[in-house]
Design a protein around this ligand. Sequence first.
Ligand SMILES: Nc1ncnc2c1ncn2[C@@H]1O[C@H](COP(=O)(O)OP(=O)(O)OP(=O)(O)O)[C@@H](O)[C@H]1O
Length: 537
Amino acid sequence: MKKSILSKWPFLCLAIFIGLAAAIVEGYISIYMMRVVDTTLAGDRVLFYTQARTLILLAILLLPINIVLSFAKGLYKYKSLTSVKISFMDRVFKKNISEFQKDNNGLYISAITNDMNIIENNYVEAIFQITMNIITFVVGIIVIYSVSPIALFVGIGISAFSTLLAVALSKPLQRHQVQRSKLFEGYTSYIREVLGAFSIIKANNLSAKVSKDFFIKSKDIQYKGYVIDRIYTYFLSIQRLTTNLSFYGIAGIVIYMAIQGRITTGGVILIINNMEKVIFPLMQVSEWLPKIFSVKSLFVNMDEILESKDLKVETVELESFNNSIELKDVSFGYTEDLILKNINLTINKGSKYLIIGPSGGGKSTLLKLLRKYFIPSKGSIKIDNIDISDISKSSYFNKIANVEQQVFLFEDTLKNNLTLYKDYSDEEIDLAIVRSGLTEFVQNLPNNLNTMLYDNGRNISGGEKSRIAIARGLLANTDIIFLDEAFASLDSKVAKEIENTLLKLEGITVVNVSHIIFDETKKYYDRVISVAGGSVS
Ligand SMILES: Nc1ncnc2c1ncn2[C@@H]1O[C@H](COP(=O)(O)OP(=O)(O)OP(=O)(O)O)[C@@H](O)[C@H]1O
């Protein structure tokens, strides 16, 4: 993840270049300020006017440079943060369905929201601030050196002390930052859960329990934030004390040197002015450094979340499905316990299969294996004699359509929800609408197919959602359609009609897991498979 931010170094370099120009101009401003003071005190009018004019011109020049610097900073932050967020999402979607399902979603949500905010403030911003402060510091040192090297050595002493303090402080901060990130994971998934179950919580009078649980979870996070702030406070107080004392010390030395006549009055002003430019950036660097170190552990944590443990190389692109899918001695379990045991089954192209069986018997699990969401623990699944594990997921997913009971609808038009952003002709879309029993529904919508669906289809019924899922499956024009309890929310008339349509699809293989069995349609299946106790019959 860190690499995706660092890959945007050209934008940082641009900002550094402009920042350097700004610091050099500021350096010249303080030198001309010194000259103006000294020529005034010397009573040299002609030289005063020349120096004062240059001083004003430099001050005016600083304005556009600072504006461009602010644009460059914005560009660097925009590019870096977009890059890290895109890289995060890319890696999430590179994970296997099985791997993703094992994790708690809260983990990802927390990483992309809370951890990303910390990365923005404590890493991307910190890198910019540190580099700018180093530039200001270096220019300040050069300017002071040109007047008094002794004052400069005192400044370097302070720098060493502040940096050591920053490094020492980063250790406990790193630990607390990781602990806070872990707390955020649980907190995020809890919020997602309770908001998702809003109506159940209200209807069962569970609000008081939710409030109590929420208080416990948010209290822990707030406390961790308090601990982190406390460490920063100790750190900042010590740091301010040392820098203030150093500043007074340097001011004393410079005034003493002026009394002895070793530097001019303008020189005193220049050194005091630039000491601020040396000490303040140091203070800033030592404030930002612990933050950068503390983010290191967040990157490690994110890389762990995003790491794909599936190292299987898929070498075959499935061009077509011609004959059959063969399951040979297939066993599978989510854990050590096997859910499916030594399954032998052949699914022929174009045939229609009804899968029935008791709840928890393993029907959906069998579908998950056929859909390549999971790979068998033992045995093999071969499609036209090619092992499913060797076939690339994308080419396999192009050949299958999945109709689930839980339908997800994007916040978009009904048309895009049906086509899933692929190109189909109007005739194809109309046919899928008719076949899935959606004709009347679409006609009654205010903007027909262009009607927007919001919030996962909150304003449409469960049955309408199911029919949208079935229409998607039909429209996809795939060789195989897998249905998992797709008719559960439909009335028997509509369900039977849709089932009939599916059973009449020529050349398309249909595997339908269903509790709902109609005698009228059951006989048209080529085979009814019962899955119970881990076996098929
Ligand atoms: N992701 C999972 N992790 C662990 N166990 C699981 C997972 N999914 C299902 N199981 C378990 O596997 C067994 C079979 O579940 P499966 O969903 O395949 O049954 P099913 O026959 O489809 O049941 P139903 O008809 O109730 O949907 C069950 O005991 C279930 O608890």
